[in-house]
Design a protein around this ligand. Structure first.
Ligand SMILES: [Zn+2]
Length: 121
């Protein structure tokens, strides 16, 4: 359940931003979550709703965009999405190039976990 600690960090930054902008209420939070983070958007929303009770973010809506993994292969220089990755270890999926099958790849998308913007009032 690494969702809980990550959700806590996300809400901290949302509340911090809301506070700095003098928000009375956080209406909506837009997030980008990379598929490789293995975070479950449904579970995240549930945790957000639970831990924001009594804060300015109580009752906020969460708009979560899941980012598909993309790689840059160092061997054959393929750049683009990967259709499949093996979750051998929960935190360390094995990623191979779909073109040449090499593992010497740079991940260019799919590990995002960030707040893009928040709507406040
Ligand atoms: Zn390749």
């Amino acid at each position: 359940m690494h969702e809980i600690s990550i959700a806590g960090a996300i809400i901290d930054s949302v509340l911090d931003a809301a506070n700095k902008n003098g928000a009375k209420k956080v209406n909506e939070v837009f997030l980008e979550i990379g598929e490789l983070t293995a975070l479950n958007p449904g579970q995240l929303k549930f945790i957000f709703e639970t831990i924001t009770k009594g804060t300015v973010a109580d009752g906020a809506r969460y708009d979560i965009t899941v980012i598909k993994p993309s790689i840059n292969c160092k061997k054959c220089s393929y750049t683009g999405p990967i259709g499949f990755f093996e979750k051998l270890h929960f935190f360390l999926p094995v990623i191979k190039c779909p073109e040449c099958g090499d593992e010497y790849v740079e991940i260019i998308a799919g590990r995002e976990c960030c707040v893009k913007k928040i709507k406040i009032s």
